[in-house]
Design a binder for this molecule. Structure first.
Ligand SMILES: Nc1ncnc2c1ncn2[C@@H]1O[C@H](COP(=O)(O)OP(=O)(O)OP(=O)(O)O)[C@@H](O)[C@H]1O
Ligand SMILES: [Mg+2]
Length: 460
């Protein structure tokens, strides 16, 4: 019997169990099934609340049709996958798929694929006694929770930010669902320090109730410090993915309104959005904005905004509000004590050392074939480059090889790309107006003089 038949029958059994057992909620549906049944944001708003279900929830009964079965299972032709089974039927007109003899279907399914019950919470609830090792709680833990779904977040937003003025609050932030995050912690090379800090925060979140109980509330505010391209944003997002928390991102420079008086209000709104979406991660990028505006005596309004920001940070808590705050800055030197003091952990994002660079190179080239690849040697040649720079080097090497119709790269391609990258880096430091450099004349040698930091020198 094909896997496709098992896939479709599992789907039919799950919808059936879910419709019958009102105790089950959205978290009992595997995410790939759930995504098919979320009401879309628009109609959701007008829908009367359903009994017992959460106001944004998935409505019963779940309808198993050729269309929903196809989208939930990925089986192209769900009916032909199961049409030969004695206990199935379809309604040509509506496209509904049915189990005409449910008990026979259960028996058939459990006899062939009972291990699937371990990962399907609805089925685990129904067949806990029939299947060895089936455990409802464990099955629930094995699946992503609803707050990781984009559709769930959209439902929340539609409900909590219903009127126009409130909708505008959402323009200040960028909200990402965990399922939309592409870089995970496995895609990042972290220092031992960074790993330890992340581990600590994961534990703190796990044991929130205990921490509240013993009165430890000053936890859950992290500041990521380091030069551009060292993985601050990626790590914060990866953490959201790992913890299944919505990710609310704001750049502090963006909420500085042209009407300065609005800026303090914007700050308050951002924290309000985070609180309504909690549990979530609030990521505040360009945190040094705080410092810059405080030290210059531009505008009383901006100072007010900054004070509002500091106060909002004081008022928000991982333990009470379920919001994990992560700030990030490239200019820690510009941050003053008032801001610095508000974070309970400072996480350093240094430029990667030679071993980390080798690891990053290994990691980002994982899916590729590279002749004579020697990441350690390449790492020696890339002193001063960040993870982001190394990605750029890789891109350069790939594109150059493509111009020669090659998809297999060599170590040499990489070495060339490093040189290209450094030339490009030097260009950045040239003063295009005042400068009197060879590089400004076509054919001139740019890899020669212009390095302002004197950091990279290569004799090839
Ligand atoms: N340690 C690392 N391991 C793997 N990839 C990395 C690492 N550091 C950076 N990168 C990659 O470099 C790119 C840029 O990283 P990211 O945007 O997180 O940097 P950032 O520190 O937030 O920079 P900025 O200060 O400019 O905002 C990402 O694609 C990321 O995956
Ligand atoms: Mg960033």
């Amino acid at each position: 019997m094909s896997d496709a038949a098992l896939d479709v029958v599992e789907f039919l059994l799950t919808t059936r169990v879910y419709n019958d057992d009102r105790e089950l909620d959205e978290n009992d549906l595997p995410p790939r099934y759930r995504q098919v049944f979320w009401p879309d944001g628009e109609t959701d708003r007008d829908r009367p609340g359903t009994d017992g279900d959460s106001p944004l929830g998935i409505e019963r009964p779940l309808r198993a049709t050729i269309d929903t079965a196809r989208r939930a299972t990925g089986v192209d032709n769900p009916w032909s996958a199961i049409s030969e089974l004695m206990f199935t039927d379809r309604d040509e007109f509506s496209g509904s798929l049915e189990l005409t003899q449910p008990e026979m279907a259960e028996e058939w399914f459990l006899g062939r694929a009972d291990e699937r019950v371990l990962h399907n919470p609805a089925l685990a609830a129904a067949f806990e006694d029939e299947v060895d090792g089936a455990d409802y709680e464990a099955a629930r833990d094995a699946n992503r929770p609803v707050q990781a779904d984009r559709a769930w977040i959209d439902g929340l937003l539609a409900e909590y930010f219903a009127d126009e003025e409130e909708e505008e609050m959402l323009d200040l932030v960028d909200i990402r669902a965990p399922e939309e995050i592409e870089t995970t912690l496995d895609d990042l090379v972290l220092t031992t320090d960074q790993e330890a800090e992340i581990h600590k925060i994961v534990k703190a979140i796990e044991h929130r109730e205990y921490l509240a109980h013993i009165g430890l509330r000053e936890i859950g505010k992290l500041l990521f410090v380091g030069p551009p391209g060292t993985g601050k944003t990626s790590t914060a997002r990866a953490l959201a993915y790992d913890l299944d928390l919505p990710f609310v991102e704001v750049k502090l420079s963006m909420i500085t309104s042209q009407y300065l008086g609005e800026t303090a209000k914007n700050v308050e709104k951002v924290f309000e959005v985070a609180k309504r979406l909690s549990p979530c991660i609030l990521f505040m990028d360009e945190f040094d904005f705080v410092a810059k505006t405080r030290s210059s005596d531009e505008h009383a309004a901006i100072k007010r905004a900054v004070n509002t920001l500091l106060k909002s940070i004081d008022d928000i808590s991982l333990i009470q509000d379920d919001v994990l705050l992560i700030g990030a800055t490239n200019h820690p030197d510009q941050l003053d004590a008032a801001a610095w003091r508000r974070f309970d952990e400072i996480v350093n994002f240094p430029k990667p050392d030679v071993e980390m660079r080798a690891d990053i190179l290994r990691l980002i080239t994982r899916p590729m074939e590279i002749a004579d690849f020697d990441p350690a040697a390449l790492a020696e040649e890339t002193e001063g480059l960040t993870g982001s720079d190394l990605r750029m080097v890789l891109r350069e090497a790939v594109l150059d090889a493509l111009t020669e119709e090659r998809t297999e790269l060599t170590q040499e391609d990489f070495l060339d790309a490093v040189i290209d990258f450094e030339e490009r880096d030097n260009l950045k430091d040239l003063d295009m107006i005042e400068g009197d450099h060879d590089a400004l004349v076509a054919g001139g040698d740019i890899s020669g003089g212009a390095s302002a930091d004197g950091g990279h020198s290569h004799d090839h």
